[in-house]
Design a protein around this ligand. Structure first.
Ligand code: UT7
Length: 323
């Protein structure tokens, strides 16, 4: 089999909208600051009873419906998240059960923070190309609101909850043309959640499980790194910037997205932008953006898509896709 191809997309957003005005009432910030510095106007927040697996399940069902497949036809489920329901079972296993996938099919979580979806897509693509699976669900799902310090204005205005999914199938027709993954663990202090079961019971009770970020420093590395990965991806495929129809970027900050679009020479009309309404949904942001533009008819069969992500770890990656 020569390629894997996306045959369905789906997404889910919790119903609850949190506006910038609500955050103004909570921390020392302003709608103007948030819009100017990030582009974000609102984000969605999961209800108390909604877990990461619930969001993922809803997105996966929609992707299956578009692909005209039932869950028992899926061999592999890879779910990118850093806000799983629990330590184990993996959120992927919970979604596998919820969908009614075949007993014995493969399901696992993948942790690469905001690059989780691109990492998961890369892994699933390799499974399909080597015959380890024929059809896969690739999901990015996050409940970031659970790891936010709602009194920290430098982070609480940035993030939101959501999920996105794609169905990937073996194909003779071009689909995923290449994927490129990278990581550099040296930057832990710039972006982290200072909590983990490995730190033991006392730390667990210290309620320190929230995101901290040196935003301005992360911003500079993100812009530099995403510029490099654009070049790497196009060079690997012998393609020119002008060949790209759509940039489907990770949605952390409109200014980072604009910088990557400039690097590609793409007008913003050819960039899928959801950060305004979704905020930064980490691993969910790319499949959410992709599904938005597929369903509103902007992304058409045959279009060349460049997906790129950058996040905690640091991790970063890209995928070039003939849709
Ligand atoms: O998705 C994973 C990767 N994450 C990212 O890529 C995020 C990268 N970083 C960013 O998007 C931006 O750096 C931020 C949006 C987080 C911050 O924007 P910035 O332009 O880099 O602002 P800054 O951190 O340099 O802060 C500028 C000022 C500071 O005040 P002083 O020191 O100039 O007086 C901050 O204290 O803005 C202040 N500030 C705020 N003011 C109002 C920080 N947060 C807020 C806020 N409201 N929410």
């Amino acid at each position: 089999m020569k390629y894997s191809r996306i045959t369905g997309t789906g997404s889910y957003l919790p119903a609850r909208v949190m506006t910038n005005a609500e955050l103004e009432a909570r921390v020392e910030t302003s709608d103007t600051w948030i819009r100017d510095r990030t582009g974000i106007a609102e984000r969605r927040i999961a209800a108390d009873h909604e877990l990461c697996s619930d969001l993922a399940l809803a997105a996966a069902r929609r992707a299956l419906e578009m692909a005209d497949l039932t869950a028992d036809e899926i061999d592999l489920l890879v779910l990118g998240t850093c806000t799983p329901d629990r330590v184990f079972p993996s959120t992927a296993c919970l979604v596998q059960r919820g969908l009614g996938m075949r007993e014995g099919s493969i399901a696992f979580d993948l942790s690469a923070a905001c690059s989780g979806f691109v990492y998961a897509l890369d892994v699933a693509n390799r499974f399909l190309l080597t015959g380890g699976a024929r059809r896969a669900l690739v999901i990015g799902a996050e409940t970031f609101s659970r790891i936010i310090d709602w009194d920290d204005r430098s982070t609480c205005v940035l993030f939101g909850d959501g999920a996105g999914a794609v169905v990937l199938e073996q194909s003779e027709q071009p689909g995923v043309l290449s994927t490129h993954l990278h990581a550099d663990g040296q930057y832990e202090d710039l972006l982290k959640v200072d909590w983990g079961v490995g730190q033991g019971y006392d730390r667990l009770n210290a309620a320190s499980g929230t995101v901290s970020m040196r935003g301005n420093e992360v911003f500079k590395v993100a812009v530099r790194t995403l510029g490099r990965i654009v070049d790497e991806t196009l060079a690997a495929n012998g393609l020119a910037k002008a060949d790209v129809d759509w940039l489907v970027p990770h949605q952390a900050n409109i200014r980072i997205i604009q910088a990557t679009a400039r690097k590609l020479g793409l007008p913003m009309e050819r960039v899928v932008q959801t950060v305004q309404k979704h905020g930064n949904t980490s691993a969910a942001s790319i499949p959410l953006a992709l599904d938005t533009a597929v369903r509103d008819g902007r992304i058409r069969p045959g279009d060349l898509l460049l997906l790129e992500a950058f996040g905690g770890g640091f991790t970063w990656g890209s995928a070039l896709i003939r849709y």
